[in-house]
Design a protein around this ligand. Structure first.
Ligand code: NAD
Length: 240
């Protein structure tokens, strides 16, 4: 039977590339999004991929959203936890709200989505989770104690859940992208970005499609022996 995949934050940036890559593999894809109905509708018309609105940081909304996907498309076999935000600032200037929102969405979203879908995968004996971490969760980054902590947490979450899923045919892996040319990176000031690119051995930003290809591999049948791993796709910026 055709497998069903949910990609959180799946209608733009890296998430859009992942949604398209999974569709190309023959999976039925549900792209979750946070707020912009008009853009999500345009995405669905352009790609033929259904979009579903909910906040991944809201536990009940994840349970309801995943149930709505299962009702419309079938049981959920694959979850790509891609949704993420930044609220950068040095510690002295970072509010509790900046800390909390990043933890709630970036890390809490992974927990909420797993709670909504893991049990069904366990019963059916097959599943794939791919959690999008970050090079900044591996190496740390000035002005990002919230983001680095949440992304580092994703890497720990991945290794722990992988141990729980292994005997049920569920793999859980992470991808740690380096700097990729999306809206998120467009928000970084040009002079800061220039310094970042100067430290990337490959000499450029990554493209969303390059992250999506890694996700597609980890979601494939052939990747059944890969679990608890973190794939770094960062142009050589950080060799972990
Ligand atoms: P983006 O800002 O273009 O997209 C983020 C997506 O997450 C959007 O679709 C947004 O609607 C969604 N989202 C945000 N909050 C949400 C919520 N509460 N509920 C549901 N969806 C929500 O960013 P991107 O660059 O495409 O990043 C995608 C992922 O990759 C993020 O987790 C990000 O942290 C990670 N990442 C990005 C880079 C990069 O250089 N762009 C590097 C490392 C990691």
């Amino acid at each position: 039977m055709t497998k069903v995949a949910i990609v959180t934050g799946g209608t733009r940036g890296i998430g859009e590339a992942i949604s398209l890559a999974l569709k190309k593999m023959g999976y039925v894809v549900a792209a979750n999004y946070a707020g912009n109905d008009e853009k999500a509708r345009a995405f669905s018309e352009r790609t033929g991929i259904d979009s579903f609105r909910w906040d991944v940081g809201d536990h009940q909304a994840c349970l309801d959203g995943c149930a709505a996907v299962a009702d419309r498309l079938g049981s959920v076999d694959i979850v790509v936890n891609n949704a993420g935000i930044t609220r950068d600032g040095v510690l002295a200037k970072m509010s509790f709200d900046d800390w909390n929102e990043v933890m709630r969405i970036n890390l809490g979203g992974c927990f909420n989505m797993a709670k909504a879908t893991f049990d069904g995968m366990r019963q059916r004996g097959w599943g794939r989770f791919v959690n999008i971490g970050s090079v900044n969760g591996q190496a740390g980054q000035y002005g990002q104690v919230n983001y680095a902590a949440a992304k580092s947490g994703i890497h720990g979450f991945t290794k722990a859940l992988a141990q729980e899923g292994a005997k049920y045919g569920i793999t859980v892996n992470a991808i740690a992208p380096g700097y990729v040319d999306t809206d998120m990176v467009a928000a970084v000031p040009a002079q800061v970005l220039e310094k970042i690119v100067a430290k990337i051995p490959v000499g450029r930003l990554g493209h969303a499609g390059e992250i999506a290809r890694g996700v597609a591999f980890l979601c494939s049948e052939e990747a059944g022996f890969v679990t608890g791993s973190t794939m770094s796709i960062n142009g050589g910026q950080h060799m972990y």
